[in-house]
Design a protein. Sequence first.
Length: 119
Amino acid sequence: MTKIELFEPAMCCSTGVCGPSVDDTLLMITSAFEGLSKVSSVEASRHNLTSDPDAFVNNQTILSLMKKNGKDSLPVTLVNGEVMKSGTYPSLEEITDYTGVVFVNQEQSSGCCGGSGCC
């Protein structure tokens, strides 16, 4: 099983829709992690510094990284406990590389499996 964890900076919400403008990256991350939560071979979790500070304190890797680089190290993506990305959110392609889960953009797909007829 692949374990992917995202440690995020302090925010009032994880969706990116709580401020005056929508954050497309946070919307993508929220959708991706919601999708990953339905995959039995992946354990996906997000930790927000505001709502889940214990996760930061109890993870030695994150704690060390934050002591060294401060809040600039956030967000941090861990895969099976290893830092894969720090300072920016992972792209969908990177999440696919980390988990093996392929994401299909519904705007680009036409029918199941992107119109390839593979269903």
